[in-house]
Each structure stands twice: as C-alpha cells, then as structure tokens.
Design a protein around this ligand. Structure first.
Ligand code: GTP
Ligand code: MG
Length: 196
C-alpha cells in the first residue's frame, strides 16, 4: 500500500529544449495548457507532495502553486541534476521524478514504482519500463542517493542508465507503451495534439 507521506514528486522542466529551438518545453501549450501542467494534473491524482524543477521562467512555474526548485549544479547537466535539486530540498525519503514532456504517463505510476520497496528494504530505486525499454526519467529513488548523484555528475558523467546501474534497482513493467510517448520538437507536439 503506497504511503504518500514518504514520497515527493518532482516534475522535471529544467532542460534547454534544444530540439524545440531552445524554448522552455514545460511551458509549451498542449491541449490548452502548458505541458508541465498536464504532468501536474496526473501527479495530483497520485501523490500529495509535488514540486517543479525549472531553471528559467520561474515566475510562470510558481504560478502553478507549487514549490519551484532550481538546479544546484550549473550548466544543464541533464535530468539527474533536476532529481539532485529535488533531493536537496525535500525531506521526503523517496523522490519520484517525471519529465514535463510526457503528457499521458500512467496514472498508477507512483503506486507501481513504490510497491517493490515494500518487498525489498535494500532496494534503492525503481525505474519504469515498457515493452522491455526502460524509461529512466520515470524513477523513484531513495533520497540518500543525493551524494551518489552529485559525485557522478561532478565526474562529468550524465547518463541516468549508467548511474543507476551501480545501485540496487528494479525495473517495473507498464503495459501501455503509448503512455510514455514524449515530445521533443514542436512538430511532434502539433502531431500529438492532432491525434489525441
Ligand atoms: N533540471 C534539469 N532537467 C533537465 C536537464 N536536461 C533535461 N532535463 C529534463 O529532463 C527531461 C528529459 O530531457 P529532454 O527530453 O532531453 O529535454 P531537454 O533537454 O529540455 O530537450 P533537448 O535540449 O532537446 O534535449 C525533461 O523533462 C527536461 O526538462 C537539465 O540540465 N537540468
Ligand atoms: Mg536533453
């Protein structure tokens, strides 16, 4: 049974959005609302504590009514930097990360990523997976991993897959691969808007 008191979710919206021409991805409109707001609406159905990780347009994100956390490690070091920022500022034992650019992620994400921790107290993190493909930005990790992420990034490493390989982890399979569809370009965003 999920214990919501133990978990804080972070919406990762701190990237450069280069494939979108450098715009702030989380603030791009999809179905009449910013992408990051879609993520928030899905998380609010699952958890009570949610923050947003962003590095610009902070006023716009503050308008969502949630705490906004900025990367502590500079130079856009990737999604792990956003997870690091949330772990630094949260007192929750678990951090659930979701990206801002996957507007249909599963509504049972938190529940399913939390369940393996109840069976295995040594487990350090869980990662979503669908059709055998891991979705590493959808991660639930124990907050004690903060220093491990910091050390990893300070060594100049970036890749989440490489980082979590060193920790006791479990992949959690989700049935619907379409739920993890992400948008990287404005054209993809327009196409998804037409389809859905
Ligand atoms: N905090 C933080 N989050 C990041 C960073 N880079 C990417 N992200 C987030 O990680 C998630 C997946 O990243 P991408 O799809 O590559 O997004 P992006 O980096 O903004 O876009 P590109 O520049 O086109 O790669 C998104 O939710 C991003 O906001 C970063 O340097 N810091
Ligand atoms: Mg990127």
């Amino acid at each position: 049974m999920i214990d919501k008191e133990q978990i804080e979710a972070v919406i990762l919206a701190g990237g450069m959005g280069r494939r979108m021409g450098g715009v702030d991805k989380g603030l791009q409109t999809f179905k009449n609302a910013p992408l990051a707001l879609h993520a928030l609406l899905r998380l609010q159905q699952q958890l009570d504590y949610i923050c947003i990780n962003a590095n610009r347009n902070l006023g716009a994100y503050e308008g969502f009514g949630l705490p906004v956390v900025c990367d502590r490690l500079t130079d856009y070091q990737g999604p792990l930097a956003g997870i690091h920022a949330a772990m630094s500022e949260s007192s929750a034992p678990f951090i659930l990360s979701v990206p801002c650019d996957v507007p249909f992620f599963p509504l049972n994400l938190a529940e399913k990523l939390y369940a393996p921790f109840e069976d295995d107290p040594q487990l350090e993190l869980t990662i979503a997976s669908s059709q055998g493909k891991s979705q590493p930005v959808f991660m639930m990790a124990k907050s004690h991993l903060l220093m491990s992420i910091e050390d990893f990034l300070k060594r100049g490493e970036r890749k989440i897959d490489k980082w979590y390989a060193n920790h006791r982890h479990a992949l959690v399979e989700f049935d619907d691969p379409a739920a993890f569809h992400n948008v990287n370009t404005l054209q993809e965003l327009a196409e998804l808007e037409k389809q859905s």
